[in-house]
Write a protein that binds this ligand. Sequence first.
Ligand code: AQP
Length: 410
Amino acid sequence: MNGEQKRVFSGIQPSGDIHIGNYLGAIKKWVEIATVHDAIYCIVDNHAITVEFDPKSLPIRSFEAARAVMACGINPEACTLFVQSHVPEHTELTWLFNSVTPLGSLFRMIQFKEKTRSALRKALSKKSGGARATILHQIKGVATTVLENAAQIGPDLAALDPTADPNEDLVARLNDGMGNIMQQLQVGLGVSNASAGLFDYPVLQAADILLYKAGLVPVGEDQEQHLELCREIAERFNRRFGNIFPAVARIPGQAPRILGLDGKQKMSKSLGNTIGVLDPPDMIEEKMARAFTDPKRLRKTDPGRPEVCNVFTIHTYFTPKEICAEIETDCRAGKLGCFDCKKIAAKHIDVALKPIRNRAKDLEANPKRVIEALDQGAERCRKIAGQTMTEVREAMGIGPGALKKSSIGG
Ligand code: AQP
């Protein structure tokens, strides 16, 4: 690295086909800054195993994610690309970071709440009859017990005067009561089948970044809360064990948050509401035809509201400005219907994605280029990770190096 260069780290999960949200929110920026900084990009398979997955297809998915990322313009000669699980230090650092991560901070993470909610919804939609009723009974049981416990701590809560000397019995009862509620809430999480890995996901993410002492992280807006936690972990670690880790800053992508074709939720691999960067033209057109638009616009002649229409937002990222302006005017005037508007969007998305598809085809014919890039990337990363871990282990007093340096070992 020269004086001007900073280290950049970012990752993407091989949890499904890479989509235009990933591209606009992160990968496009990855490509741009790879020429300026020392950029390390990672296919984060250890993250992808925190929800349901198929072990047989996971390595293929990782390869496919790397191929898609390279097709989007990541040149492994200009930056480092690798698969997370090929560098085992990521999981070791996660465990060490767990010791400085407050549980309370993890419970605040929105992504965990969203993913457990959608796992529960999925489970309910898949199950039928008795299995569905069992889940609903469990949820009812948990919610009822939470309410009962909350009612029990009511009188103690009313009696607690924070300005007076503490009544130790009362404080202990309150604490126990809150502990019971927390236990029930955890049972609730069990019902939704959330794994400990999903809960710990942001700690692994902090380890990914800090293992390379990266100061810049190009990720979508949805990851800002996880980066805040990463800063908190670095600060807590540095305060306790010595100044090893830098402060990290987010580099925003081109688009803060692309909504899915449902027009409601974030475009997500796992939600089936995406346009993939490698989708063929007919698939793009077919998917766009299903996309939600302004719900108040029932007929073509109704005046449209582009500001609430996700299809129009997608236009702004793919369609040339002058055409976008015409679309906006004609939509508001009730001259351009949603059907035609979506066709125009599909055409411009296809124009933007065509070169990516072509590069992906070349890589499909020459998979060795992807495998070699990943091997070289992992080799470089293992070296950097090894150096950081030596420092971390010694600072925390673990590992053979620390024993040798101790009063007994010396
Ligand atoms: N809809 C989005 N809009 C803008 N940016 C997005 N990103 C993801 N979805 C959007 C950004 O893409 C990068 C890689 O994301 P990831 O694969 O690590 O995890 P994710 O955010 O959980 O992506 P998905 O597609 O939603 O996957 P699943 O369904 O498996 O969880 C990140 O920088 C992210 O901000």
